[in-house]
Write a protein that binds this ligand. Structure first.
Ligand code: SF4
Length: 967
């Protein structure tokens, strides 16, 4: 391990008892307070942890004395608008965002080599862990073979990416990889990667010593905040910022406000951690916590075990906060012990936090927060959230009523605009008919993979989920002994996907065991799931399977079709896989508002499945319950869920397990040895990974025949001189969007349509539609991703009213004053021929959702110079700057609507020069069709001084590369 060079600017280096007879050093926050640098003991714990990093890294250059003093004097009610240089201890990545990041590192190495330098100067300086979890898709389900078959397909589809990652694993020393089939990044982080406290060798007073510091991180996934539940500070950043962090740059952020959420009371029997987090999401959305830290404290917070806290931390992006942090206390230590961490590690964790005066859940009045919010846990009720946003919580009894109202509510008011709906009307769907196969489904070859031709059972199980002529009824019955008929009746509100998915919940044994116990009671009464419901179970670690197997509960989930489909994100990231083609046909034909129920954290349109319009987030036991009910237009508190084997009506209350049952089951099943055993020697536990061949060497040999990995153009013609900040003149609008355009709208992760520019490109490369894979998996190829930018099938460009998908009007052809309709990509390329700069206009919360760097990279590669929006979400704004695209915000009162923009105008952005400062006001000049000009001021959303540098250099990567090359 690299030896740390320690500074002691504030004379705060102190010895402490690191446990088990070891002595170590730390940068003491109490000592800093004693020296009169701020009232540190009154600071929120999350701020203190960041302060420790700033103090430890204070070298007068990257981190200045002033930075320490400013943060130590954080004023709760009026935090200074200063940027904090936060050097994190480590980085976590998932494969969708991690692959392009390793591609960029490889491209930087190639650029350094071209410039005659040593490529090895490009090397992560902090430990980086990449967990391959986002690629597995639910192609097979409801079968004992589903896991193996989905894994087979995953490896076949992602072979090139995995070969590349294996190259990265050997090329970069500080880069560790968790192969596919092990778990989901945030659950793996919680159960294994997180240490609580890290250490490094050092020399202090000329003696070899060890320095200890809190575990902190950033991750290229917005739900990195799940680790806040363990008392670890960390959050999601764009891939671009993470790259800079890896290369030794601090992560910069503005001094935040900290919302203190005081919890009191206890959760009632029957109320889950999922209900609690949906309640908190709604509560905090209303509090407008975007860009703020939230810290949970009080006796209610102390009563929550770490998995519940992690569920709450996980959904920080949904309530909009940078973090949802729980201070370290005895529960945190208990969790580390319960998950197999060593005694040495647990003692160090406890001793360190005690020595820093940061151990224990704070009580009311002990800490100064910017905003105080109270929550009585006794007021939380069973809930779901949806159908389109996670903050739209619905009390369970009201779901049926709410859904019925939404069906007829006008589209512009968030409804579905149906008229005279008869919810009793159902349409017969044959599930064993000879419908055309969905081209997105796997090829016959793939289905055949792993089949032993002589094994009839295997054949049956493999086709069970891929309906082909004459197979439905018998096959489903044969494969899982549950599907008793091969047809269904579906209508508005029918549940067509029921997924126990997402690390948000699968990391929490109490809700997973509750789901399994509910399945047991249902299965024992003979209740069954309708064959139209695509059921799946995708835990975030193999520990879940271990306890479900040990308790004998998995078999009941199997009986309801919740067979294990993989250890990965699956439905949570939109990899729900295809529905039966006849179901899709019926949805289209009758324009059905069908439903999904999932234990995920996001339900934006087209996120879960392109054809499912109503998506409800809920706890795993409720997912099982709604799968059994088969519809969402129901009040499960009063209406029966179904009939048992004797024809007797069964209610949710008959199936719901008691807290005691859940606790007893958990205690018998969760053992630290299991965690130790399952988190050892990953490579040995996945032979398929070992079979993948990979190249070696410091420089990646780019392969022009690959359609997954391609050298991006970011460093082509790279020079050592940065550019200048210049005005943008003669620009055209490439798109005008409304409110809440998510990064998923901008850069979708899911299926690639054959008719889309990306689809056409892949077809032109000789790739069959069945082999397209998803956008998420092609993020190592800029040629696909640029074509996929703004290509979400649900994005609505107001320049072309009444359309959906990535279309725009091209006004470069002066003969056509009304503009020529074409794809956004084609228009961008045509504008590029005339070097016409492009602008995107948008409403509120532009770039909400996942931290998706391709949403910024694709924007840049389409030739967009600026995005003008009413407001931005935090990560996407910083990613735009990180890619050298200017984010600009309308001032109060101005908007696309108030300016009556239709996209036919010619725009200029003036008052821009090298002298710009954060928050600078520029001018947006608009020349309309009538040739009249008018202008409005717009605010630069370059928020920190370092971002000015990034923008001037054309982005963060050229900035870092130039820094490294001059060293
Ligand atoms: S399961 Fe969902 S929340 Fe967890 S890492 Fe995957 S996509 Fe993100």
């Amino acid at each position: 391990m690299t030896k740390l060079k320690m500074t002691n600017e504030f004379k705060t280096l102190k010895k402490f008892d690191a446990g088990n007879g070891r002595e170590g050093f730390l940068y003491s926050l109490p000592a800093l307070e004693e020296h009169g640098v701020g009232k540190i003991s009154r600071l929120p714990v999350s701020i203190r942890i960041v302060l420790e990093s700033v103090l430890r890294n204070c070298d007068g250059k990257k981190v200045r004395r002033k930075d320490v003093e400013t943060l130590a004097n954080w004023n709760a009610k009026a935090p200074a608008n200063d940027e904090i240089p936060f050097v994190v201890a480590r980085i976590v990545l998932q494969d969708f965002t991690g692959v392009p990041l390793v591609v960029d590192l490889a491209a930087m190495r190639s650029a350094v080599k071209r410039l005659g330098g040593d490529p090895k100067i490009i090397e992560p300086l902090v430990p980086v862990d990449l967990v391959v979890d986002h690629s597995v898709q639910v192609d097979f389900f409801g079968s004992a073979k589903a896991l193996q078959l989905n894994l087979e397909l995953e490896f076949k589809r992602n072979r090139e990416r995995y070969q590349f990652l294996k190259w990265g694993q050997q090329a970069f020393k500080t880069f560790q990889l968790v192969p596919p089939g092990i778990g989901i990044v945030h659950q793996v982080n919680l159960e294994y990667l997180a240490k609580g406290v890290l250490s490094a060798p050092s020399t202090i007073n000329h003696q070899p010593s060890t320095i200890f510091y809190p575990d902190t991180l950033v991750g290229t996934d917005s739900h990195t905040t799940m680790i806040n539940g363990l008392g670890v500070v960390g959050w999601g950043v764009g891939g671009i910022e993470a790259e800079a962090g890896m290369l030794g740059q601090p992560v910069y952020f503005l001094t935040p406000e900290v919302v203190g959420l005081h919890m009191k009371g206890q959760l009632h029997e029957g109320v889950t951690a999922t209900d609690l987090v949906l309640h908190i999401t709604q509560l905090l959305r209303a509090q407008k916590v975007v860009g703020k830290f939230v810290e949970f404290y009080g006796e209610g917070a102390a009563s929550l075990p770490v998995p519940d806290r992690a569920t709450i931390g996980n959904m920080s992006p949904e309530y909009g906060a940078t973090m949802g942090y729980f201070p370290v206390d005895q529960e945190s230590i208990n969790y580390l012990r319960a998950t197999g961490r060593s005694d040495k590690q647990c003692r160090t964790f406890e001793n360190y936090f005690r020595a820093q005066n940061m151990f224990g859940m704070p009580g009311k009045g002990e800490i100064d927060y910017s905003v105080d919010v109270d929550l009585d846990l006794a007021n939380v009720h069973p809930s779901v959230a949806g159908p389109k946003r996670p903050q739209d919580r619905i009390n369970l009894p009201e779901l049926g009523k709410t859904f019925r109202a939404l069906l007829e509510k006008p589209v512009q008011d968030g409804g579905y605009g149906k008229k005279n709906v008869d919810l009793g009307e159902k349409h017969l769907v044959q599930l064993n008919g000879s419908a055309p196969r969905d081209r997105a489904m796997a090829s016959t070859d793939e289905i055949e993979q792993g089949i032993n031709p002589g094994d009839e059972r295997n054949k049956i199980e493999m086709v069970a989920n891929r309906p082909t002529p004459d197979t439905g009824k018998e096959i489903r019955a044969a494969s899982s002994e549950m599907f008793t008929h091969g047809q269904s009746h579906i209508g508005h509100g029918s549940v067509l996907i029921a997924a126990i998915t997402s690390c948000t919940n699968t990391s929490n044994p109490s809700v997973m065991i509750a789901a399994a116990l509910l399945a047991k009671k249902a299965a024992e009464r003979g209740l069954r799931v309708d064959p139209a419901v695509k059921t799946s179970l995708a835990p975030g670690s193999r520990v879940v399977s271990d306890y479900l197997d040990k308790t004998g509960l998995q078999k009941y989930l199997d009986q309801l079709g919740f067979n294990l489909v993989g250890y990965g994100c699956t439905t949570c990231i939109g990899n729900s896989g295809p529905l039966h083609p006849n179901i899709e046909k019926a949805i289209h034909e009758f324009d059905l508002v069908a439903a999904s129920v999932l234990s995920g954290n996001r339900n934006f349109e087209a996120r879960v499945h392109q054809h499912i319009k109503a998506n409800f987030l809920m706890s795993p036991p409720l997912v099982v319950a709604f799968a059994l009910a088969g519809r969402v237009d129901i009040d499960l508190s009063r209406e029966p869920i179904g009939k048992d084997m004797n024809g007797k009506e069964t209610f949710l209350r008959d199936l719901w397990p008691s807290l005691r049952e859940i606790r007893d089951t958990m205690q018998s099943a969760l053992k630290p040895e299991t965690f130790r055993k399952l988190y050892r020697d990953f490579a040995d536990q996945n032979p398929k990974w070992n079979e993948i061949p990979s190249s070696t060497g410091d420089i990646y040999q780019w392969d022009e025949t690959s359609d997954y990995i391609h050298e991006p153009p970011f460093f082509k013609n790279f020079s050592m001189e940065p550019g200048h900040v210049e005005e943008i003149r003669g620009a055209r609008a490439l798109g005008i969007f409304g409110d809440s355009v998510t990064t998923d709208h901008i850069s979708p992760a899911g299926a690639i349509k054959a008719t889309s520019p990306a689809g056409q490109y892949l077809l032109s490369r000789g790739i069959e539609h069945s082999d397209f894979n998803s956008y998420g998996s092609r993020r190592g190829n800029d040629l696909v991703m640029t074509r996929g930018t703004f290509a979400n099938v649900r994005i609505k460009n107001l320049m072309v009213p009444g359309t959906e998908g990535g279309v725009t009007k091209y006004f470069g052809n002066q003969k056509s004053g009304t503009g020529e309709q074409m794809s956004i990509f084609d228009a961008a390329m045509k504008y590029a021929e005339t070097k016409t700069p492009l602008i995107i206009f948008a409403g509120h919360e532009y770039g909400a959702g996942s931290s998706r760097d391709w949403a910024a990279k694709g924007t840049r590669l389409l030739g967009v110079k600026a995005v003008v929006a009413t407001s931005f979400e935090r990560i996407h704004r910083s990613n735009l700057v990180g890619m050298g695209v200017l984010p600009l915000q309308f001032l109060e009162g101005a908007s696309v609507q108030s300016l009556a923009l239709d996209g036919s105008e010619i725009f200029s952005i003036t008052s821009l020069s090298d002298k710009i400062r954060p928050g600078h006001h520029a001018t947006l000049e608009i020349k309309g069709k009538d040739r009249k000009s008018h202008s409005v001021p717009v605010k630069l959303r370059i928020d920190t001084p370092i971002e000015i540098d990034y923008y001037r250099h054309g982005g963060i990567l050229p900035f870092v590369l130039r820094q490294l090359l001059v060293k």
